[in-house]
Design a protein around this ligand. Structure first.
Ligand SMILES: [Zn+2]
Length: 128
């Protein structure tokens, strides 16, 4: 049991990544622009939550977040997303869920993935 003197505050931290990817959305009619191959500069933000480590003074090392996320980021950066296993229909919603489900088991403090598709559109999962 923790003594009162060692209790720490819960904080939320965010780490973002920028990727460039191509995609087409196969379930849309050909008349829709997104049915055709096009590119996005996606901004991916990971939200992590937990207690401040009493000794070190942070939640987790931002460098460790980057290291843990790197193999997954690599799978979707400068790729045609439709070719990535599990992303046959790579809507931003589906990418957000895909990333959360792959990252959560190796990043227990992760509470949400946010993907910005353009400067004024974004998707979050899970909904908090
Ligand atoms: Zn698009």
């Amino acid at each position: 049991m923790k003594s009162k003197g060692h209790q720490t505050q819960t904080v939320e931290i965010k780490k973002s990544f920028a990727i460039e990817s191509a995609r087409f959305l196969p379930n849309l009619p050909a008349s829709h622009p997104c049915a055709h191959t096009h590119g996005h500069s996606f901004k991916i933000t990971l939200r992590l939550r937990g207690p401040i480590n009493a000794k070190i003074g942070w939640l987790v090392d931002y460098n460790d977040i980057a290291k843990t996320a790197a193999p997954l980021i690599k799978k979707i950066d400068h790729k045609l997303l439709n070719d990535v296993p599990g992303l046959k229909n790579p809507t931003t919603e589906n990418i957000t869920v895909w990333l959360f489900e792959k990252l959560k088991p190796v990043m227990p403090e992760l509470v949400q993935v946010i993907i910005q598709e353009t400067s004024d559109t974004e998707c979050s999962y899970p909904v908090l």
